[in-house]
Design a protein around this ligand. Sequence first.
Ligand SMILES: Nc1ncnc2c1ncn2[C@@H]1O[C@H](COP(=O)(O)OP(=O)(O)OP(=O)(O)O)[C@@H](O)[C@H]1O
Ligand SMILES: [Mg+2]
Length: 359
Amino acid sequence: MWLALAVNRSTAYQPGAGVPEDEFEEFDSPETVAAIADTIRGFGHRVEVLEADRSFPSALAAGKFDFVFNVSEGLAGRSRESQVPAVCDMLGIPFSGSDAVTMGITLDKDLARRAVAGAGASASRNAGGGADAAGTTGGMVRVAPGRVFRNPDRIDLSGLTFPIFAKPNSEGSSKGIRNSSRITSEAEAKTRIAGLIREYRGPVLVEEFLPGCECTIGVLGNSRPRVLGIMEIAPKKVALADFVYSLETKRDYLNQVEYHVPPRLPAQTIAAIENTVLAAYERLGCRDFARIDVRLDGANVPHFLEANPLPGLSPVKGDLVILAKCAGMEYRELIGRILDLAFIRTGLASKPQFSGAFA
Ligand SMILES: Nc1ncnc2c1ncn2[C@@H]1O[C@H](COP(=O)(O)OP(=O)(O)OP(=O)(O)O)[C@@H](O)[C@H]1O
Ligand SMILES: [Mg+2]
């Protein structure tokens, strides 16, 4: 088949004046793009890399592409991750991964919280009459109590219990996430939240800080989504209750964290995490694959943090890739299974190359 690989390469753009230093953190390195393209070529397909910029719609329309493998984060705006899926749908070309609606909802962390938790999302601590040990009650996914702030001059933190955590509402790839995002006092909170609203030019989501174990979970599938693996991210140098998987931590991950697959958690908590992420995957309408972040509260109940329907696929530092490897799935198989799922979902293939497990 003839595939377009839709990308935004970090080397293709120059940051303008006055933008945050992590402006292009989401974009892929040339090495990652080459690894994905070479792996897909290894399955016998012809692959053309298309930069997902203004040239993308006409380049896609001009080619005779059967399929788009989408890893594009999009250029700008809250719906940037929806741009490639929307263009593909407009041109009638099937593509890998989630559609424009799911991309749009998941890039807005508060909308995603509402979608997964349903009514009472912003006060879920007490919603539904209390969660069972599985973290879900009647399929309820729990989120930390939280609130969105849009105006730097109107920050009312009443009702939230410190420590709290402040993050840009519509960013990913750790943009705006620093160790200092965990905030212990009201004075610090006001300065930090106002600063984030101005720097990232958008709303800031504030949640109560979840002090328990942090996990990132890979999910693959469509008709029967399944957990590929659960990876515990444990701090090496600070106490868990102070730990933030921040940009500075990720940039120095070899020294700062250790990964455990499976996580060092009781079977009951692992089952609760699986229930939480599978319910979130379904409610968000994710397709083919996603990586979902979860953190436990002080009572070890899993809470949904966010879903990444476009998880990084760097063969070296992509969290999904690392966890797949720890779960026994090499890079080639991971990419091949994503292709299998997408081809079968869109009718381009009738049976998978890799047998069993994920459908
Ligand atoms: N309510 C919370 N309580 C505790 N820690 C939190 C909370 N929200 C976020 N964090 C910490 O901040 C990190 C980044 O948050 P989140 O996953 O929402 O942002 P992101 O930048 O979209 O992440 P990614 O790099 O996975 O795309 C989490 O992995 C976690 O360590
Ligand atoms: Mg995350």
